[in-house]
Design a protein around this ligand. Structure first.
Ligand code: 5RP
Length: 215
């Protein structure tokens, strides 16, 4: 199966978790684009979506799906998003599309997080994919030095500005054996806005190539 076909099947499968009349949390990326297309086909059955990026908001609006404010929506029943890596416990690396902060907020505000991936995203240990970290621009070097002390190699994603006006450091060469501990430690560095490790709040359900893992 091609990677694209795996993404499409996962996006379609996630639509089965959407309940009538609900507001759906929507992530960002090429896999989520398939989910948004599926949502478009059932748009009359939902109230709207809370979006994690300007990119996803544009796709949702193109299909006539109302994009709602999380503050007004309250807790969501469902959040659907992709990932760059997923370990056997459903802990993730996210942020390849630089949308990690809003993604993390919506994941936290949702009762169920359904992560949709193709088989290439599955790993035994997180860290082959560089870990994205969103930083306040003036803190870039400070945070980079803290990362080096923690054994990583930070690379500034030059030219990329997040939807929140911040910058991204991609951390290479980290074998993330304790994702919860590393996420906690990084969150304490002043200037870190959010860490692309979704470990403390990982996925509740993982869909791989359209099939629910362990389901
Ligand atoms: C964006 C993300 C995406 O979910 C992640 O990069 C996967 O993207 P894709 O579905 O295009 O492979 O975290 O910030």
């Amino acid at each position: 199966m091609s990677q694209d076909e795996g993404k499409r099947r996962s996006g379609d499968k996630a639509a089965e978790y959407v309940t009538d009349g609900s507001i759906v949390g929507v992530g960002t990326g090429s896999t989520v684009a398939f989910f948004i297309a599926a949502l478009g086909r059932m748009k009359d059955r939902i109230e709207g979506a809370v979006s994690s990026s300007e990119r996803s908001s544009a796709l949702l609006k193109e299909l006539g799906i109302p994009v709602l404010d999380l503050n007004a929506a309250g807790m969501l029943a469902l959040y659907v998003d992709g990932a760059d890596e997923c370990d056997p416990q459903g802990r993730l690396i996210k942020g390849g599309g630089a949308a990690l902060t809003r993604e993390k907020i919506i994941a936290e505000a949702s009762e169920k997080f359904v992560c949709i991936i193709d088989a290439s995203k599955q790993v035994p240990v997180l860290g082959k994919f560089p870990v994205p970290i969103e930083v306040i621009p003036m803190a870039r070097s400070l945070v980079a030095r803290a990362i080096v002390r923690l054994g990583g190699q930070p690379v500034w994603r030059d030219g990329v500005v997040t939807d929140n006006g911040n910058w991204i450091l991609d951390v290479h060469n980290w074998q993330v054996t304790d994702p919860v501990g590393l996420e906690r430690e990084l969150n304490q560095v002043p200037g870190v806005v959010s860490v692309g490790l979704f470990a403390r709040r990982g996925a509740d359900v993982v869909v791989v190539d359209g099939v629910v893992r362990g389901g």
